[in-house]
Design a protein around this ligand. Structure first.
Ligand code: FPP
Length: 246
């Protein structure tokens, strides 16, 4: 597969790729393994794709690791996911820092176990100088909750007389979201064949390109990622305007 040449001109490549890592459970069930084995293999894909996205010049990579709805899963699975997250953070943070990857988190961390909250703060501190790529991990993230909180903050400012309701515009709303420091995703990939957003980056996805890939997340590898980049490069992004040609 031909990936656009690395000429330093990365205009055609997505600067921000966001991924809904779906299909860990099905990957495991297909092999008669417990679901957690699929999540464990999913961590390998996280490591591989993070490294590969950086090598391809992606500047922001967002991974949907745990949604506000994932609390509905059996306790053992939720605890298993948290244990894997601990394992990942212990193993990876130092390496990411060395490789110049900055870690940031979006979502409501206050509901996470205390030790994980500490790990999140440490990881953000340890990697703060990273300037090759930012890895944004969505943990206990839900887009509607994020928009509700942003709306409440703006409403409070209006109620306090700090600004008029009519002054609220899309820039102000973006600035109140968890993602205020990052550009909107250019490309959103969902693995495992499902074609929905599942409460992920609803506001930020206004002009994103979408790719739904049939592979389960543990099988999503460097080649799968390159295929997505190639498909993305063939898209004609018009942002509501007209075609560039034809
Ligand atoms: C979806 O598969 C996957 C998740 C809910 C969790 C994703 C988490 C990881 C890959 C590990 C932790 C991540 C980081 C960044 C350390 P599913 O269980 O919904 O699969 P299914 O639809 O086949 O049941």
């Amino acid at each position: 597969m031909d990936v656009p040449p690395k000429t330093g001109d990365t205009r055609a490549l997505p600067g921000h790729v966001a991924i809904i890592m779906d299909g860990n459970g099905r990957w495991a069930t297909k092999r008669s393994l417990p679901r957690i084995a699929g999540h464990k293999r999913g961590i390998n894909s996280v490591r591989k794709i993070t490294r590969h996205a950086k090598a391809r010049g992606v500047k922001h990579l967002t991974l949907f690791a745990f949604s506000t709805e994932n609390w509905l899963r059996p306790k053992e699975e939720v605890h298993g996911l948290f244990d894997l997250f601990r394992y990942y953070m212990r193993r990876e943070c130092r390496t990411l820092a060395r490789e110049g990857v900055r870690i940031r988190f979006i979502g409501d961390s206050s509901e996470m176990p205390d030790d994980i909250q500490s790990m999140m703060v440490e990881a953000e501190d340890m990697t703060a100088a990273g300037d090759t790529m930012t890895l944004i991990v969505a943990l206990n993230y839900g887009s509607r909750a994020e928009i509700v909180t942003a709306t409440q903050r703006l409403a409070a400012k209006v109620a306090a007389g700090e600004m008029a309701a009519e002054a609220i515009d899309d820039t102000m709303i973006s600035a109140e979201l968890n993602t205020s420091d990052f550009p909107d995703p250019d490309l959103i990939i969902r693995t495992s064949g499902e074609q929905r957003l599942s409460n992920f980056l609803l506001w930020q996805a206004a002009y994103s390109e979408f790719l739904f890939v049939d592979r389960h997340w543990p099988d999503f590898d460097e080649q799968s990622f390159d295929e997505c980049l190639e498909l993305y490069c063939q898209r004609d992004r018009r942002f509501g305007g007209l075609r560039k040609s034809g």
